[in-house]
Design a protein around this ligand. Sequence first.
Ligand SMILES: Nc1ncnc2c1ncn2[C@@H]1O[C@H](COP(=O)(O)OP(=O)(O)OP(=O)(O)O)[C@@H](O)[C@H]1O
Ligand SMILES: [Mg+2]
Length: 422
Amino acid sequence: MGNCFPKPVTNHSSTNNSSNQVFGSDEKKKEPTIENRPPMAAKVGGDGGGTAAASRPETVPPSGRIVTPNLKMFTFSELRSATRNFRPDTMLGEGGFGRVFKGWVDGETYAPSKVGVGIAVAVKKSNPDSAQGLKEWQAEVKFLGKFSHPNLVKLVGYCWEDREFLLVYEYMQKGSLENHLFKKCTEPLSWSTRIKIATGAAQGLAFLHNTEKTVIYRDFKSSNILLDGDYNAKLSDFGLAKLGPANGESHVSTGVVGTYGYAAPEYIATGHLYVKSDVYGFGVVLLEMITGLRVLDTNRPSSQHNLVEWAKPQLHDKRKLRKLIDPRLEQDYPSKGAGKASELILGCLEADPKNRPSMEEILTSLEQISAIKTKPKESKVKQNQASGPHRDRRYQSAHQSPLHKKQGREGRADQRSPIRSY
Ligand SMILES: Nc1ncnc2c1ncn2[C@@H]1O[C@H](COP(=O)(O)OP(=O)(O)OP(=O)(O)O)[C@@H](O)[C@H]1O
Ligand SMILES: [Mg+2]
């Protein structure tokens, strides 16, 4: 199992509302595929006719339906039953949108079923009365409901009822890449599994970039890469996805939303969003994957808080690179492959988006990297000498304590600052 969550807390932490999941606020107003409608049953409140673009919690309509084929519309009571009343021990994790629970439904009818019967699903339940949550929920359904690709997590259905927005996804057995990279209770990923995951995630992004109307994902990060039982990667969370430029334009201008550390600098600075802004995020995740270090971590010495700034100059240097590579790999990786991966990372992190590779070029590089095998003598060498940031167990212990979740979310607090920039 990929997940290793601590016991859930009973009170909602104030850091977990959707407004600080990401920074910024998008300009998105109304999704055409969403229709407001009267509440499905006797509902709390009588303000059911508000707009989908409600900017304050009290104007969020309590219920709604989506005109998207192939998506099952669940009732709240069905999802409550599928998750055994959202029982804390079914909780898979928690993000800015809300908590995610594991549930069981019939494989054909999607009616709630007993544990272990039918198929497992992941039910994402928004924090109530979150206008930002509603916007993201709508974008998620709009984009993900339409797409089907082996590297995009499947959206099974949704529920919008009684001020509750829920999304029902296929259950991803191994959880998120973030858990595997940064949580000690998970098995370390081998080099070849890391490259396989990077390739799957790159295929998902390449698909989005090349779909009929280019889609910019905008929230590429390790927590949004989910893994099935065979470590196939699938992208999740389309709440921030955005149609790309049309008519030969290079970018779209938009409010700045995203996650600190992963968002491209030109986008943060100007609000100009390029397809290649996603490529920057890909470079950041690849850097996290080879180093096993979070992009932002205030538990590291201050010069190392930002992994990109700190590691970038070292990626050119073979010797320094060796110290940077995740010690959980126990030296079992091809140094030539690591060298190529760091070149690829540097390309993705180029300041000018024009100089970054396309997702197709990235896929070609990953194919080459995957073909480079570890030489027998390389895998035998084990570095026992303490060196590099990984050797200071303070960084790891921050993510291992029983308060891990708290610590983890604090570690991510930098990324999820409520600071908004327009
Ligand atoms: N389909 C799924 N199958 C299994 N686990 C899932 C699924 N979706 C989410 N999870 C688990 O729930 C956790 C929380 O997911 P969620 O997307 O809500 O938050 P996040 O990605 O950590 O942060 P953010 O809100 O910024 O996206 C994930 O990290 C993952 O471990
Ligand atoms: Mg997510």
